[in-house]
Design a protein around this ligand. Structure first.
Ligand SMILES: Cc1cc2nc3c(=O)[nH]c(=O)nc-3n(C[C@H](O)[C@H](O)[C@H](O)COP(=O)(O)OP(=O)(O)OC[C@H]3O[C@@H](n4cnc5c(N)ncnc54)[C@H](O)[C@@H]3O)c2cc1C
Length: 473
């Protein structure tokens, strides 16, 4: 094959790399196992209904990325007024926090408890100077136990399927760095004074779903001007290497094996899969470390509904343990174009392990589990349901357990010997990236090749404040 640059995976990271190479006039080949580009950020279509795989709100500290997307989408890049809530113990809490709503919901005793626990932690910090060793210790120390237990610990355990004492404090460092009760109250007060709208109150969104960004990149890179090739329904079978280079990659392209001899490889496929395709095999301790890297999976039930609207929120979180799902989104509240005008849809999200009860549940079982609650919550009635569909993603979240850093470090340091290999993206780097950082990683990997200069891709997002310093995903 002619192309000397091989990109594995056509999610946001791989597509950004492809686009940057295309703009520099380079030829490349992208290999993607799905029939569609966009990875976890693709948009699924069921007749006249569209949905993303979970809510995809674009946020970045980097203006370059907004310009990058605006250039691709033009008038399809719309601004959305955000409304998101938590449902806890039968009450709806606005998120980000609105002080009046929060105080009315928790009542005076709980409010006092939250303040008391928080102040106790502040005092404790003066006398005990010990770094938290788990997510639980970190959160309790930052917010006090009462607030931590109200939703942060519950919700986190639901997402990760692990007790918070077994989750690395890195998770909180990456997601809620610097947030404190003081800051939550300050923000809530500023918000209640009706200040100008910020990127917390509004966000940008492609009007046909987040996957439109990657579909537009696809259109551009496949235009006649470029030397780009994209192969869908294709995947690597074997990655052959010498001491310092990947020399050949056998790829299955729509059913036929072909050999690519790449000068450069950019990989965004799960690092655990990549390392297992190597030939000669990676050392046992590297394979063992890869085996110990866990991914949390995501199952979603998409329900089409015969009424124009269900709730006003883009999504609602459900931390309570008795409720089997973790979040529900209504795609139409991101963009009217996600549903026919007189109808709407809901995406009910379950966080699970591959092959557990939820993963293996039938479509009908997931529907029965969900509809019971949707009726109880007053959202929809069974007879309003038009149809329902299930979607599964095995590699949804890299799990930051207490040993993840050591394990991913072992695998990455072994792979670093291959000088023509760059790892990018969420599963590719085993990093909890959102689209913005996946895009940045892809762009930097391409620039490393174009400019012959090494960028430190691992550093992308490492020092930045994340999201609105919120603690939810
Ligand atoms: C439920 C949920 C909610 C999210 N919410 C947000 C949000 O609000 N905002 C936000 O910005 N981001 C959000 N994200 C994260 C966002 O989806 C990811 O950050 C982004 O998709 C990562 O891009 P990537 O290219 O690194 O990886 P991926 O999207 O995982 O893409 C990797 C690609 O590689 C392909 N691949 C895998 N294995 C192989 C193989 N063996 N051979 C060939 N191809 C392969 C996959 O099919 C995929 O297309 C959310 C993710 C989830 C799961």
């Amino acid at each position: 094959m002619m192309q000397k640059i091989l990109i594995l995976g056509a999610g946001p990271a791989g597509m950004a790399a492809a686009f940057e190479l295309y703009r520099a006039g380079k030829s490349f080949i992208v290999i993607e196992k799905n029939a569609q580009v966009g990875g976890l950020a693709r948009t699924l279509q069921y007749g006249g209904f569209r949905t993303d795989i979970g809510p995809h709100r674009f946020f970045s500290q980097n203006q370059y990325l907004y310009d990058f997307i605006e250039d691709l989408l033009g008038e399809h890049w719309i601004k959305v007024d955000r409304l998101t809530r938590f449902y806890i113990n039968g009450k709806f809490f606005f998120y980000p926090v609105e002080l009046k709503n929060a105080l009315l919901n928790v009542g005076p005793y709980k409010a006092f408890r939250i303040l008391f626990d928080y102040l106790s932690e502040r005092v404790k910090k003066i006398f005990v100077n010990r770094s938290p060793v788990s997510f639980e210790e970190q959160i309790v120390s930052d917010f006090g136990r009462a607030l931590a237990e109200l939703n942060m610990l519950n919700y986190t355990e639901k997402i990760w399927g692990l007790p918070c004492s077994e989750i690395s404090p890195d998770w909180s460092k990456q997601r809620i760095k610097g947030l404190s009760l003081k800051e939550v109250i300050k923000k809530a007060l500023i918000k209640s004074k009706k200040g100008p709208k910020t990127l917390v109150d509004q966000f940008y969104y492609p009007d046909l779903g987040t996957g439109l960004i990657y579909e537009k990149i696809k259109e551009r890179i496949l235009s006649e001007l470029g030397g780009g090739v994209l192969r869908l329904n294709s995947y690597p079978v074997k990655i052959i290497h010498g001491d310092t280079k990947i020399t050949e990659v056998v790829v299955n392209i729509e059913g036929n094996n072909q050999v690519i001899k790449p000068e450069h490889v950019i990989s965004s496929i799960p690092i655990t899969e990549f390392v297992n395709l190597l030939e000669p095999k990676a050392p046992n301790e590297v394979l063992e470390a890869a085996k110990n890297l866990k991914f949390r999976s995501h199952v979603s039930l998409f329900i089409t509904v015969n009424k124009p609207s269900v709730f006003p929120d883009q999504w609602i979180y459900f931390p309570d343990k008795e409720i089997p799902f973790g979040r529900i989104m209504e795609p139409k509240n991101f963009s009217k174009k996600m549903s026919p005008a007189d109808k709407t849809s809901l995406l009910v999200e379950f966080f699970c392990w591959e092959n557990d009860k939820i993963w293996n549940a039938s479509k009908e079982e997931l529907f029965e589990l969900s509809i019971k609650w949707l009726e109880k919550l007053g959202f929809i009635r069974r007879e309003e349901v038009i149809d329902y569909f299930v979607h599964k993603e095995k590699y949804a979240y890299p799990v930051y357990d207490l040993n993840y850093k050591e394990n991913s470090g072992k695998v990455k340091s072994y792979l670093r010997q291959f000088r023509n290999l760059q790892l990018i993206g969420r599963a590719g780097c085993f990093r909890y990236n959102n689209q913005d950082h996946a895009l940045e990683m892809g762009i930097l990997a391409a620039r490393s090749i174009i400019e012959g200069k090494q960028y430190n891709i691992e550093e992308v997002g490492a020092e930045e404040e994340y999201f609105e310093r919120g603690y939810v995903m």
